[in-house]
Design a protein. Structure first.
Length: 306
């Protein structure tokens, strides 16, 4: 009987011991589960963008800058045409023809540049590219028929319609800077592309190292007869025209209009326009007028007879 009691005490002690271990284990688990969660690891910095993505961002920024410049120039041209105040109206007409002959081609150039940009690998960025591509190509196609040949009679009024279409060429939203704020990989490429830097301007140099065309830079060469247009009466002279002039050469009356980017000759019902040095206008009696040099200050013209 004494032995039985001893065994009972031992069993009770064992139960208490086991019970104590169980409670201790439960508390530990509870403590572990109620502890503050471990802080998440700070995200690693975004990986460097690929050179292809940097190039892609640069190409998109370059096209965006080209469109911005095109809108600005178009608005300035429209104002210049409306402000032309020569009595004949020919200066406005000539400027309008010049605008209509170059603007559609400028839009088409940007459309082609956008179409040459491949995929970026960033879905949202590629959707932006596709939307801008579609927008510019649509306007380019609309302007394809706008040319001096088509709009000759209504050139001045047509310019306003063309400018309205050009002003619509803004990037869809969200644009590239907005997307870059949302997508770290694109942001890094945007920051590295030099064309995306504030104030970036296209180089504009073509054929680096080539000699400039005559009259393209520097002062105009001296015209042998200056502004003495009477010297052209025999059909041979070299004169300077800075805005407009009425010249009679070998019995042919020629109205000349010099704008910043064009020289226009009107004689009788004919009209000829050139965009710089080297242009040559021919008249019915064999008289020719050659553009010797041309810049923003005027043009040197050489009249000659057979």
């Amino acid at each position: 009987m004494g032995r039985s009691r001893s065994v009972a005490v031992m069993v009770a002690g064992l139960v208490l011991a086991v019970g104590g271990c169980g409670e201790g284990g439960t508390d530990e688990k509870t403590a572990g589960s109620s502890a503050e969660p471990k802080p998440a690891r700070s995200p690693s910095s975004s990986p460097s963008p690929s050179s292809e993505l940097v190039e892609w961002a640069g190409d998109m920024c370059e096209s965006t800058v080209a469109l911005r410049n095109l809108r600005k120039e178009s608005a300035a041209d429209l104002k210049e045409i409306r402000d032309s105040d020569d009595e004949t109206g020919m200066l406005a007409h000539a400027r309008a023809l010049s605008y209509l002959s170059t603007t559609p081609a400028d839009v088409d150039t940007v459309a082609g540049d956008l179409e040459a940009i491949g995929a970026s690998g960033v879905p949202a960025a590629d959707r932006l590219r596709d939307a801008l591509r579609k927008k510019v190509r649509s306007v380019a196609n609309e302007l394809e028929a706008q040319s001096p040949a088509v709009g000759l009679e209504y050139a001045e009024s047509t310019v306003a319609d063309v400018d309205r279409r050009v002003q619509s060429l803004t990037p869809p939203q969200p644009d590239l800077p907005a997307l870059a704020k949302r997508i770290p990989r694109l942001a890094a490429a945007y920051e590295q592309a030099e064309q995306c830097a504030p104030g970036w301007k296209p180089d504009g140099a073509s054929g680096e190292g080539d000699s400039p065309a005559p009259g393209a830079t520097g002062p105009l060469p001296k015209a042998a007869d200056g502004k003495n247009y009477a010297a052209c009466s025999d059909g041979a002279c070299e004169v300077l025209v800075t805005s407009t002039a009425d010249i009679t050469a070998k019995g042919t009356k020629v109205h000349v209009i010099v704008a910043d980017d064009s020289i226009t000759f009107q004689s009788g019902g004919g009209l000829m326009q050139f965009g710089g040095a080297g242009g040559e206008a021919g008249f019915g009696n064999g008289l020719k007028a050659t553009v010797v040099a041309h810049d923003k200050d005027g043009a040197v013209l050489k009249f000659s007879r057979p």
